[in-house]
Design a protein around this ligand. Structure first.
Ligand code: MN
Length: 202
């Protein structure tokens, strides 16, 4: 079964002014669509055609680079759209809020460390908040890799992720990745992150 582009869970302009409309239109409609199309092309007529996306991602080390890159691109972007929401941001409460306090000392210290992971990723990639062995950790992956992949340097269950490819911010922020990362905190969907955290520690 061919993979399809999931609809954005909000309008293209819903994350303004933090993430602009044109970026969302191109990022979702062109970039994410291309990962889906190229993944479908690469698996057509192969045994990978009948595998689930998560199965492909988890076995990234034993699939071709084109399936790894585009399968990762499809998974990562599907996850990213859900990590964002309009009228969101602020600080997380509940179990995730408490776990962030205890793992990083404070919410501000956590944000600083997460931003540093995004800023420190040379070239294209992602920064992640993950659950590893029941504990929160921050990691980063190159290209379209993610922490679920068997080849990831730091493996875990993603709770929150941010795309630091230039295509995610260049139209509005140009080379200023730090400004994009600062704006990202205004649109974080903590309710989604909290449910992922609670599922991961069960
Ligand atoms: Mn992207």
């Amino acid at each position: 079964m061919a993979f399809t582009l999931p609809a954005l869970p909000y309008a293209h302009d819903a994350l303004e002014p933090h993430i602009d409309t044109t970026t969302m239109q191109i990022h979702h409609g062109k970039h994410h669509q291309a990962y889906v199309d190229n993944l479908n092309k690469a698996i057509a007529g192969t045994p990978n055609e009948n595998k689930s996306l998560i199965d492909l991602v988890k076995h990234a080390g034993s699939i071709s680079p084109v399936v790894r890159n585009n399968g990762g691109g499809h998974w990562n972007h599907s996850f990213f759209w859900e990590s964002l929401a309009p009228n969101a941001g602020g600080a997380p409460s509940g179990k995730l809020g408490e776990a962030i306090q205890s793992a990083f000392g404070s919410f501000d210290a956590f944000k600083e460390k997460f931003n540093a992971a995004g800023l420190g990723r040379f070239g294209s990639g992602w920064a992640w908040l993950i659950v590893k062995d029941g504990k929160l950790e921050i990691s980063s992956t190159p290209n379209q890799d993610n922490p679920l992949m068997d080849i990831a340097e730091v493996k875990g269950s993603p709770v929150l992720g941010v795309d630091v490819w230039e295509h995610a911010y260049y139209l509005k922020y140009q080379n200023r990745r730090a400004e994009y990362l600062a704006a990202f905190w205004n649109v974080v969907n903590w309710s989604k992150a909290s449910s992922l955290y609670e599922a991961a520690i069960k």
